[in-house]
Design a protein around this ligand. Structure first.
Ligand code: AMP
Ligand code: MG
Length: 338
């Protein structure tokens, strides 16, 4: 298959929308990462998404909509709390898991009776959903296990020849995937996957916000988890990623200089000095900056030929938890604690 490379123009968006309408796969930009889209109602198209990614069949896809009212086409029950959150955070990087309607096949929901729904903010994503007339099921547009793509070129690196088209919308602003939540009861938000919208952001809307423990620790492959994606190793570049939990830069630098092998790199904060003799890249200082750069740097480290990457440990609170979670999963939860 020849993958069409489309641009952010009305003609190309119309072309992408007609491909989706015809059941083809199209990768498109969102504010979080690039998504690999298919008509969420068509089993054949959704099966092709799983095949193109090499994604396990029990890992559900998120369904993307362009208007809040479309939530009623996809979900069979919409609690008041979900509506209040939609009003506050949509369009934006928040996915809500709700009971699904029959129009969403079990292939899309990974065999679950629930479905994750999100209204993205990226204007190209919104235009594409509107013009195609489809709710769009879209996981991240990477091969399963690889870092999520934040540019159209990264999508091509993984998907060229496997999908009908890629729609280029520039570099993704947020850089990590959406916050995924479900509702344990009408007043309790349960965070299944951390994103830019943090526990602190959600707290004013609910009596309780519970953070799933799978965010902090590795889940055995055979355990039943609330969010199936959490049990798979994820986001990893080819280089081995090793976060170093050090009290300060000096301790980090000392450890790295004493444990460097061929192909060692560091991934540092912007404010850090250099680690003498070791090549480095930087991924920002705040949680929002680190989220924006993390997957980009993972791919650049592979391109630079890195074999082992010592990473400065991000914080665990607010939006920083999303960076911490992606990093720990890329590292298979192995950490050097000094
Ligand atoms: P991705 O499409 O790669 O961003 O992954 C979507 C993730 O959202 C999945 O791996 C799940 O962890 C989560 N998710 C989507 N739908 C559901 C659902 N119905 N129930 C629980 N988690 C979900
Ligand atoms: Mg993904």
């Amino acid at each position: 298959m020849n993958t069409e490379f489309l641009h952010d123009t009305p003609e190309d968006i119309a072309r992408a929308a007609s491909l989706l309408h015809d059941g083809e796969l199209v990768a498109f930009p969102t504010e979080t990462v690039y998504g690999l889209g298919a008509d969420a109602r068509r089993e054949d198209s959704v099966r092709a998404v799983f095949a193109a990614k090499g994604r396990p069949a029990d890992n559900p896809l998120i369904v993307h909509i362009a208007e809040t009212e479309q939530i009623y086409d996809i979900a069979s029950e919409v609690p008041d709390l979900a509506l209040r959150l939609a009003e506050a955070f949509w369009p934006g990087p928040l996915t809500m898991v709700l009971p699904k309607r029959d129009c969403i096949p079990l292939v899309t929901s990974g065999g679950l009776e629930t479905v994750g729904i999100r209204m993205p903010k990226h204007p190209v994503a919104r235009a594409l959903i509107r013009e195609s007339g489809c709710p769009i099921a879209a996981p991240s547009a990477n091969r399963s296990g690889k870092p999520s793509p934040t540019t159209a070129r990264h999508v091509m690196d993984d998907m060229d020849g496997r999908i009908a088209a890629v729609l280029d919308g520039g570099l993704c602003e947020v850089g990590v995937e959406s916050t995924v939540i479900c509702f344990d009861d009408p007043k309790t938000i349960h965070i299944l996957r951390p994103g830019l919208i943090s526990r602190e952001d959600l707290a004013p809307y609910a009596a309780r916000v519970y953070v799933d423990k799978a965010i902090f620790e590795q889940v055995a492959p055979d355990t039943k988890v609330a969010s199936p994606g959490m049990k798979y190793k994820h986001y990893s570049p080819d280089a081995k990623i090793l976060p170093v939990d050090a009290p300060d830069f000096e301790a980090f630098s000392h450890y790295v200089r004493n444990h460097a092998v061929f192909g060692t790199y560091c991934l540092l904060f912007d404010a850090d000095p250099e680690v003498e003799g070791i090549p480095s890249m930087r991924y920002g200082d705040s949680g929002a900056e680190q989220a924006h750069y993390l997957f980009l740097r993972f791919r650049e480290l592979d391109e630079a030929g890195a074999k082992l990457v010592y990473v400065r440990m991000p914080r665990h609170d607010g939006a920083d938890l999303s960076v911490y979670n992606r990093l720990m999963r890329a590292a298979g939860f192995e950490v050097i604690s000094l």
